[in-house]
Design a protein around this ligand. Sequence first.
Ligand code: NDP
Ligand code: GDP
Length: 327
Amino acid sequence: MPTAFITGITGQDGAYLSRLLLGKGYRVVGLLRRSASSDVVGERLRWLGVLDQVELVDGNLTDLSSLIRILQACRPDEVYNLAAQSFVMSSWQQPLLTGTVTGLGCANLLEAVRIAAPETRFYQASSSEMFGKIQEERQSERTPFYPRSPYGAAKLYAHWMTVNYRESFGLHASSGILFNHESPLRGIEFVTRKITDGVARIKLGLARELSLGNMNARRDWGHAADFVDAMWRMLQQDKADDYVVGTGRTVTILDFCRLAFGYAGLNYEDHVVTRQDLMRPAEVEVLQADATKARERLGWQATVTLEQLAAEMVEADLARHRRRARD
Ligand code: NDP
Ligand code: GDP
């Protein structure tokens, strides 16, 4: 039975990746950072019905010795580095923490792999935010980077460290440059989930308004369940490499509002207000993937449409609020 070690297992992607790997017969070990609210930490894993099938081990991406000890103990075949301070807006409030966790954290884990498990296959969760102020209309592995936030800059450092450890030490280290991917398990601070949660509240009479920032930014949104499959495929290749993963379709925040509100029989124009304080100091205006390489080499392509994604997220948020009202 192969063993996978996942950092960020309690996040959106960690939960979907755990479910995928368990379904393939893996033993799944996940990094759990100590929290005073440990009762809610496993919520996403519980939601997908896999919490009691994974092993959670105590440690932190910023604590190299904990990572080395874990790798020595669990001897994984595959390591997925999904842990990060992952919210762009917070990265301006906490730029140093973002650099420490999202950037240096990856270097810590690469060092731990190099020292304790050099045969392990390594996946780094890179991001389309590294393209930032885009240099090409559709972004591929060859597009130059131009990050626009402390988050993007930290991810870029982690990306190049992954490439460097592959080239310097021969590690089987791959970097997946993933475009935005969402699900009912997306953090509520991200715009899609904020919108579907707002739709559910308005539909159920719990709120009348939803405040948003820049409605004209465009994103290439897919479903997280599809995207974790691309991560796994990367680590099954004989040679480690870098891959762009995205749907290739880009729409505005306003388009997503139209879809989500429309699904619930509402008109977004009656409810959405824009607020200046939700605008970003520097914006990534548009992202659109050219995922030709992932399609040709990994056989990967998105299976969930944006319409299906929005519908699933609205349904899940309606169910959550109805359940809360009952309890
Ligand atoms: P989430 O924010 O949902 O999850 C982040 C995870 O990192 C959580 O499990 C969190 O733990 C953990 N974490 C944070 N800090 C530390 C730390 N110091 N030590 C150990 N664990 C820590 O992110 P997603 O699941 O959405 O994304 C997964 C990865 O992919 C991230 O690296 C993200 O930046 C990247 N990415 C995501 C994209 C997306 O659209 N979702 C697009 C491109 C890249 P806790 O639960 O305790 O907070
Ligand atoms: P990101 O692409 O990783 O930054 O994901 P987000 O979901 O946080 O943001 C996507 C886009 O939505 C960005 O261009 C934001 O400026 C825009 N946006 C507009 N209003 C909001 C809002 O209220 N919250 C968030 N998170 N983003 C917003």
